[in-house]
Write a protein that binds this ligand. Structure first.
Ligand SMILES: Nc1ncnc2c1ncn2[C@@H]1O[C@H](COP(=O)(O)OP(=O)(O)OP(=O)(O)O)[C@@H](O)[C@H]1O
Ligand SMILES: [Mg+2]
Length: 477
């Protein structure tokens, strides 16, 4: 197999390795990668036992996963391969699994419905575009990123799971998924291959976990008991469902765990149903309100654990005087989320991210040229230090569209100043390569808006544009 850029053998590209989770197939680490930025690395246990054939199959599977692009599934960058270790490199999801996230945050139903909507969109992409059966959908495999976006993870890992299981001599049930989430038709027939309907059933159980925050079939004596009861038609208890749970969620949950596979809805159908529901929440402004509330909670958590930066400190000043000139602290970059709560007791370690090299050099140039500002005469690039004079008003979609028309090719520089990490900037550029600079600028601004909710103000945008030397656009705000 030709060596792809996705398959890297150089571990020296990895620094700051820190364990953030552990599953039955290995440990998950937060790492800094020289090419891919801050990412998650999932290392397979006992890889030294893998045969050459296994290794080739694993590489093939990882290469396929890296080709998938959808904002509702966790992005795969590639693999890190060493003689004795093999790791999948994935998008880092700061808040860990949705279960961990719901345990740490008070989340309104509007936001929960939005999260369910994202899971459905991710699953619909896997089934209709990627044509992949997930096989292991469960609440632990739905992750939440720094911007409170929910994404489906650990899909299409059939070979990975088979190899890990073989090296660890696990039971055949664990080969294909967690038993509580296995559809009755598969429990009855050990030779049955998982189908799309299998995933829909697992989604029904996942929805129950999501709504109740409980463990399904907790009182089962053993796996055989659980599987017999499921075959006989039993499902997780509805007594655990809270009274205020939206009725449509209960209905889709029950439809999805129907014992007859053909009678379960497809994810396309589920999308139609939830599209309508989410629209209602959006119309009343409940989703944005819930999002703002999450940002508030995040800020409070951060405040509780570390001193705040002075509000008006300029990132140009801080970067060039304090750090190496390459890395920017998260708070400076507008994001004040805490790190993944699963961070092994060190939840509040501050997260660093790289600015694009073009931004770094631009930052340094800006700083240097500030010394000369009094005598500078450039008409476009007024380098006067920014004096905040814009309201704390939240930006509108219309405004972002107008700004994106003006930013065009310089959107990456502005993105850096808005605190969007390098790998996300690259992702926007790749995903929208065929649409041109304006669309890329628009996507970037929308991302920033979603991520920052109530913090996405005229003032914050003006600051970033000022630093990017686009005071001609600042005037529009
Ligand atoms: N891409 C990621 N970004 C951040 N954290 C992650 C990521 N992937 C996994 N994690 C963390 O690592 C934990 C373990 O994940 P892993 O997928 O290995 O096991 P699991 O899904 O919980 O269970 P299983 O043993 O069935 O695989 C997750 O619960 C989550 O907290
Ligand atoms: Mg997992």
């Amino acid at each position: 197999m030709a060596q792809s850029k996705l398959i890297q053998t150089c571990k020296s590209k990895i620094t700051n390795k820190k364990r953030i989770g552990s599953g039955s197939f290995g440990d998950v680490y937060k790492v800094s990668h020289t090419d891919w930025g801050e990412v998650a690395l999932k290392e397979m246990k006992n890889f030294e036992k893998a045969t050459d054939r296994d290794k080739r199959s694993l590489e093939k599977e990882a290469t396929l996963l890296s080709s998938l692009r959808c904002k509702h599934i966790v992005l795969h960058y590639g693999i890190i391969k060493e003689p004795c270790s093999f790791g999948l490199v994935m998008e880092l999801m700061h808040h860990g699994s949705v279960k961990q996230f719901l345990e740490n945050y008070d989340v309104a139903w509007a936001m929960k419905v939005d999260m369910v909507h994202s899971i459905i969109l991710g699953m619909n992409y896997l089934h209709t575009t990627a044509e992949i059966v997930h096989r292991d959908l469960k609440i632990e495999n739905v992750l939440v990123n720094r911007r409170f976006q929910t994404k489906v993870s650990d899909f299409g890992l059939a070979i990975w799971n088979r190899c890990s299981t073989r090296y660890r001599k696990k039971s055949s049930y664990e080969l294909i998924g967690t038993i509580s989430h296995i559809a009755p038709e598969s429990l009855e027939d050990i030779n049955k291959k998982p189908t799309y309907e299998f995933d829909v059933y697992s989604f029904g159980i996942t929805l129950w976990e999501f709504i109740t925050m409980e463990v399904p079939f907790e009182n089962a004596q053993n796996e055989a008991h659980m599987s017999q009861c499921v075959i006989n038609g039993q499902r997780p208890s509805l007594d655990e469902v809270p009274d205020d749970c939206p009725k449509f969620l209960l209905k889709i949950m029950k439809d999805c765990w129907n014992g007859i596979p053909n009678e379960r809805p497809t994810f396309c159908k589920l999308k139609e149903i939830v599209d309508k529901e989410i629209l209602e929440y959006e119309k009343t402004g409940e989703v944005s309100k819930a999002m703002e509330d999450l940002h508030k909670q995040a800020r409070e958590k951060t405040r509780g654990s570390q001193p705040e930066e002075p509000e008006e400190a300029s990132s140009v000043d801080q970067i060039t005087s304090g750090m190496s000139g390459v890395q920017v602290d998260d708070d400076i970059a507008t994001d004040s989320d805490p790190i993944n709560p699963s961070d092994n007791g060190d939840n509040h370690e501050r997260d660093h991210r790289q600015l694009p090299s073009n931004v770094t050099s631009s930052l340094q140039e800006t700083h240097e040229s500030q010394e000369e500002v009094s005598s500078a005469t450039s008409p476009k690039k007024s380098l006067k230090k920014y004096e905040p004079q814009y309201p704390e008003k939240i930006v509108t979609d219309r405004l972002l569209l107008d700004v994106s028309v003006k930013i065009q090719g310089e959107w990456k520089i502005v993105a850096g100043y808005l605190g969007i990490p390098q790998h996300e900037i690259n992702g926007i550029a790749i995903d929208n390569a065929s649409y041109g600079a304006q669309e890329q600028a628009c996507q970037m601004l929308n991302k920033w808006h979603q991520r920052n909710g109530g913090e996405a103000t005229h003032k914050a945008l003006a600051k970033a544009l000022n630093k990017a030397e686009r005071n001609d656009i600042v005037k529009m705000l």
